[in-house]
Design a protein around this ligand. Structure first.
Ligand SMILES: C[S@@+](CC[C@H](N)C(=O)[O-])C[C@H]1O[C@@H](n2cnc3c(N)ncnc32)[C@H](O)[C@@H]1O
Length: 251
């Protein structure tokens, strides 16, 4: 069967709600959410979209991303307007890649997909700290749910060896309790103990905290799933007032 032209099937929207307050949702995303018939996502994100006439909210658990993506694709395929919601930016360790994964199935070939950009946790933690990602930086997730820990170790060594600032998402969870200490040990093989480390926890929320420490003094037990870590490069520095920045130039 020939794919239907775009104008007959509204695009499946994938949107990020930002990492904190509603003021961090982009106007484009707010407008999109005000116009769709269905919102699909992890329950805490779906619950942030106000109920209104004509809207059906489909909330699901945390680890069923591809099932959730299929539901959204099925709705979109039937001609309904749908937004998949994610925290932060949907394209960064969010639902966008899960939707593309599900959409590899031939049966969804006719569904157009449109990803709307959002604000990500790395940006807000960096902004609170100063300008730590003003130079080159890398982004990793420490979660080994979808990739082996051996690959994470290999990538940590490569980033540490390249002297990039490193943003670490998903550093720990209730079941993953050793990864931060393991990562710290690997990074210390390549980096000085004085390397600046920023810990952003719940940034933008009422429980927000920001800590500036060093790689040697980082306490793995103080890190949980609500934290994002920024490990500085060798030229990342701290001002007299405690703000962190990385020069755009190399010393
Ligand atoms: C599954 S990832 C989602 C990332 C999201 N798509 C983004 O772009 O920010 C969840 C991780 O993001 C980080 N994170 C999300 N919101 C945060 C916040 N407000 N403060 C600090 N870290 C946050 C934490 O590392 C958390 O474990």
């Amino acid at each position: 069967m020939q794919p239907k032209p775009d104008f007959l099937v509204p695009p499946l929207l994938i949107v990020g709600l930002g990492p904190g307050p509603d003021s961090w949702i982009t106007p484009e995303v707010s407008e999109a959410l005000a116009g769709v018939q269905h919102v699909v996502g992890y329950a805490p994100y779906v619950n942030r979209v106000p109920q209104r006439e004509g809207l059906t909210r489909h909330a699901s658990g945390n680890t069923v991303e591809v099932d959730r993506a299929r539901l959204a694709l099925d709705l979109a395929k039937s001609g309904q307007s749908v937004a998949v919601v994610s925290g932060g930016d949907a394209g960064i360790f969010g639902m966008a890649a899960a939707v593309f994964e599900a959409a590899e199935d031939e049966e969804y070939a006719e569904v157009p997909i449109r990803v709307l950009p959002g604000l990500s946790a790395v940006q807000v933690v960096a902004a609170r700290a100063g300008a730590p990602i003003g130079g080159d930086f890398a982004v990793m997730s420490l979660s080994d749910r979808l990739k082996p820990w051996s690959l994470i170790e290999q990538r940590l060594r490569a980033v540490a060896g390249a002297d990039l600032v490193l943003a670490i998402y998903n550093p720990a969870s209730r079941s993953r309790t050793t990864q931060v200490a393991d990562a710290q040990a690997i990074l210390l093989e390549h980096r000085s103990g004085d390397t600046v480390v920023v810990i952003g926890r719940d940034i933008g929320r009422t429980e927000e905290s920001l800590t500036v420490t060093t790689l040697a003094e980082l306490e793995p037990d103080s890190i949980d799933m609500k934290c994002l870590l920024l490990i500085g490069a060798s030229n990342t520095r701290v001002t007299a007032t405690g703000q962190v920045w990385t020069p755009r130039f190399t010393d």
